[in-house]
Write a protein of this length. Structure first.
Length: 47
């Protein structure tokens, strides 16, 4: 995760987290629905 080149490369972030990505999106929706903590390798809240 630390060596990704594109800030907004959602596919690479999803691949890095594998099967956990969808679960992390649901958690993000619950705890950070406004996406305040987006300065890292962002996981967008679930749609």
């Amino acid at each position: 995760m630390n060596f990704q080149l594109a800030e907004d490369d959602v596919a690479r972030t999803a691949d890095a987290y594998g099967n956990n990505y969808e679960r992390l999106q649901r958690l993000k929706l619950e705890y950070d629905p406004g996406n305040l903590f987006r300065v890292n390798r962002n996981i967008s809240p679930a749609p």
